[in-house]
Design a protein. Sequence first.
Length: 70
Amino acid sequence: MKDVASEFFELPAEEKKKYAMDSSDIQGYGQAYVVSEEQTLDWSDALMLVTYPTRYRKLQFWPKTPEGFK
């Protein structure tokens, strides 16, 4: 899983943006949220996916590439 996740982050930006977070959700591809004025900003990309409980999974945010991600 770690290798396939690394492959995802090496994809072109256009491909990763297909799985972009909705502004009202935390699942999908995007950046960390700023929650306070004192927070140190972290400009790293993130792919947040809920796996359990299964009723909260949103498979539209699960990348189809690289193959084998799921």
